[in-house]
Design a protein around this ligand. Structure first.
Ligand SMILES: *Cc1c(COP(=O)(O)O)cnc(C)c1O
Length: 359
C-alpha cells in the first residue's frame, strides 16, 4: 500500500531522490568516492555559510548524540529536558559515565533563557545539551536566545544541539549564534531515507576534543575529521547509496533556497495550527509551536489509533502522541519536501475521517 508520510520522521522521499540511490556501487577507497564525499560535505558547508567542520556519519542521530557527549565532555554537563528526545540525550550522557545535571520543564513547555542562565550560574559546565525542536511535544526551544545566555553567563561552556527535526526546516545560524555541535539525521527535514547524520562542529569543539579521553571509536570526531581532511574519506564503510541521494537532494535544496524552504515550513505549520485550533487545541505552550511538527491535544476524546488506521486506507500517515502522550495528543509532521497543497489535502481527508464539518 502506498501512503504519504505526514509523520515527524521518516518523511516523504521524492522519486528523484529515491532513484539517486540506485547508481552503481563504488569502493570507499576509490577516487570516485572521495569526489562524492568532498562534494557533499562542501555543499553543506556552503548551504550553512560556515567554515566550521562538517562531519557526516553513517548512523541515525542517536549514535552522534552519544558521539557528541563523548567527544567534547570529559566530566560534567548540563542537559535541558522538555520531552522524550531531550530526555534521551540526558540518558545517553549518563550511560557514558558523564556527570549530568538536568534542567527540566514540563512536556509542552519550552526551555527559557532565564532558567538556563540560573542553572549555568550554579556550577561550571563543559557543555550544555539543547534539543532545538522537541519532536515528541511539538515545541521549538528558542535556540538563539538560549545560546546567547550561555555566551553571556558561561562563555567556556560548549553548546551541543540536537537539530534532528529542525535543521533545513527552520533557521539555524551556526556561526552567528556561536554553536559548537549541531547534528541532524537525514530522514526528517532533509527528506532522505534514514541512515546518515549531518554534524556541524566548531573549531573550538575540535580543540576541546583533543583534550578529552575515551572519545570512543566509531564516532571519534578527530578520526573522522582526519580521514576527511587527508583523503576525503571516512574511517569505516559509509552508506554510499545514501550519499548519492544526499548529493542530489542538496542540489534541490540549493535550488529552492533555504529561505524559501523555511517559508514553506512556516506556511504549512500555520495551516496545521489553524486546523488544530478549529477542531481541537494545540498542545505546546503558545509562542513556541514548532514549524515542522504540530502536536494537537485530543480534546474530543477520539480514538487516535482508529483514526490513523482510517487515514492510512485513504493514503496518509500521521502519528499518535509520543510515549506518555499517546492518545492524549496526535502529531502531524509537515517537514522535508511536502507542500502546502499536499498538507491541505491531508487536512481535508482528516476532517472527513473524523466526521467533522469542513471549515
Ligand atoms: C527523530 C529524533 C531523534 C532520533 O533520531 P534518530 O535518527 O532516530 O536516531 C532525536 N532527536 C529528535 C529531536 C528527533 O526528532
Amino acid at each position: 500500500m502506498r501512503f504519504q508520510l505526514f509523520i515527524p520522521g521518516p518523511t516523504e522521499v521524492r522519486e528523484e531522490v529515491l532513484r539517486a540511490q540506485a547508481q552503481p556501487m563504488i569502493g570507499h577507497r576509490m577516487p570516485e568516492f572521495s569526489d562524492l564525499f568532498h562534494r557533499v560535505t562542501e555543499k553543506i558547508r556552503t548551504l550553512f555559510k560556515t567554515d566550521a567542520h562538517v562531519l557526516i556519519f553513517t548512523s541515525s542521530a542517536t549514535g552522534v548524540m552519544e558521539g557528541a557527549v563523548r567527544n567534547v565532555v570529559q566530566h560534567r554537563l548540563l542537559s535541558t529536558v522538555n520531552g522524550a528526545f531531550s530526555e534521551r540525550w540526558a540518558k545517553i550522557a549518563k550511560a557514558n559515565g558523564k556527570a549530568v545535571d538536568v534542567l527540566e520543564v514540563a512536556w509542552g513547555q519550552a526551555i527559557k533563557p532565564e532558567a538556563l542562565a540560573e542553572a549555568l550560574k550554579r556550577k561550571p559546565y563543559e557543555a550544555v545539551l539543547i534539543t532545538h525542536n522537541e519532536t515528541s511535544t511539538g515545541v521549538m526551544n528558542p535556540l538563539k536566545d538560549l545560546a546567547k545566555v550561555v555566551h553571556e553567563v558561561s562563555p567556556d561552556t560548549l553548546i551541543l544541539v540536537d537539530a534532528v527535526s529542525s535543521m533545513i526546516g527552520a533557521p539555524i545560524e551556526f556561526d552567528a549564534w556561536g554553536l559548537d555541535v549541531v547534528l541532524a539525521s537525514v530522514q526528517k527535514c532533509f527528506a532522505l531515507p534514514p541512515g546518515l547524520t549531518v554534524t556541524l562542529v566548531s573549531h573550538r569543539a575540535i580543540e576541546k576534543a583533543k583534550t578529552v579521553e575515551h572519545r570512543g571509536y566509531y564516532f571519534d570526531f578527530l578520526t573522522q575529521l582526519k580521514y576527511y581532511e587527508e583523503r576525503h574519506q571516512t574511517p569505516a564503510t559509509p552508506a554510499i547509496s545514501l550519499l548519492y541521494a544526499l548529493d542530489v537532494q542538496l542540489d534541490r535544496i540549493q535550488a529552492e533556497t533555504l529561505e524559501k524552504r523555511y517559508e514553506r515550513h512556516q506556511k504549512m505549520a500555520e495551516m496545521a495550527r489553524s486546523w488544530a485550533r478549529t477542531y481541537f487545541e494545540l498542545f505546546p505552550e503558545p509562542g513556541y509551536e514548532s514549524p515542522t511538527v504540530t502536536t494537537i491535544r485530543n480534546t474530543r476524546g477520539i480514538s487516535v489509533k482508529d483514526t490513523l488506521q482510517e487515514l492510512k486506507k485513504r493514503g496518509y500517515a500521521i502519528s499518535n502522541g509520543y510515549g506518555k502522550l499517546k492518545e492524549k495528543t496526535f502529531r502531524i509532521g509537515h517537514m522535508g519536501d511536502l507542500t502546502p497543497d499536499e498538507l491541505q489535502r491531508l487536512l481535508e481527508t482528516l476532517t472527513e475521517v473524523l466526521g467533522l464539518p469542513q471549515a
